[in-house]
Design a binder for this molecule. Structure first.
Ligand code: ARG
Length: 261
């Protein structure tokens, strides 16, 4: 009997129907997904893309024009641009939508791999995306735009549903409130991590909702504007450790320099 249940769980996992939430039946869950979010369709977040290395999902990203995607700089190491593709216009990272090549990767010139300062990168696509209800660019904030504490923001991605957990095939999203940099920096001081001016934070002090591994590079959105890029955090969705994002506003001039946008 136990064997049959395990077999059924395996099949459900392989089929990847994320509306059947039994993949994590063995984990005591809050209410599971991205961490603590829900499955969404790409039409809910048409700016979301999957950034892929040799055809496998690696990071999230956001469409800012038909030729440019914004993502996180730490997503790229030694592999050439030509080994990367992006999948746009699909709720599933492994099927559907449009798959487009990457011509060039522009990491922020001040990106620091040691502390993830300026963790922002621009991908130039090898052919233009076609826009529609499932694929569309997201507007950017101006420079020096700030958000007050508790402003609700939405983060989305195909990353792990729980710390050290596995990742879903269907896109997930969750609301998280903005936490100011002074407060966020004080929380991370105990870990001796710096929250720099190029970063911003969002999350609940009680934990439970957050981005996680595989969401990196993905969009944090307020009022239809791309304000943050998933960058790092202490574990995922832990109490008193908000998610940390690269601030798009703070690196706004870099985006203009590369793209003219
Ligand atoms: N660095 C992770 C990635 O590469 C994202 C971590 C985000 N973590 C968090 N707790 N918000 O996918």
């Amino acid at each position: 009997m136990k064997f049959l249940i395990i077999l059924a769980l395996m099949f459900a996992t392989i089929l990847g129907d994320s509306t059947i939430d039994i993949t994590y039946a063995n984990v005591p869950l809050l209410d599971g997904r991205i961490v603590g979010g829900s499955p969404v369709t790409i039409e809910d977040c048409p700016y979301q893309v999957s950034v892929q290395l040799l055809g496998s999902h690696r990071c999230g990203g956001a469409i800012i024009s038909d030729r440019y995607v914004i993502t996180a700089a730490h997503c790229f190491t030694i592999w050439p641009a030509s080994w990367h593709t992006i999948r746009a216009g699909s709720s599933f990272h492994n099927s559907g939508g449009q798959v487009v090549g990457v011509n060039a990767i522009y990491n922020h010139p001040n990106f620091n791999r040691a502390n993830l300062d300026f963790d922002i990168s621009i991908l130039h696509l090898s052919s233009p995306l076609s826009f529609g209800p499932a694929a569309a660019p997201i507007p950017l904030p101006t420079q020096n735009q700030y958000y007050s504490d508790d402003t609700p923001a939405v983060v989305s991605g195909w990353g792990a549903l729980i710390e050290n957990g596995t990742a879903p095939l269907q896109l997930q999203a969750v609301w998280v409130p903005i936490v100011n940099n002074v407060r966020c920096g004080a929380l991370y001081e105990v870990e001796e991590y710096d929250v720099t001016d190029s970063m911003l934070c969002a999350g609940y002090m009680s934990g439970g909702r957050d981005a996680c591994q595989g969401d990196s590079g993905g969009p944090l959105v307020i009022n239809g504007q791309l304000i943050g890029i998933v960058s790092w955090g202490e574990g995922c969705a832990r109490a008193n450790f908000p998610g940390v994002y690269a601030s798009v506003s703070y690196s706004r001039s870099f985006i203009t320099d590369i793209t003219g946008i």
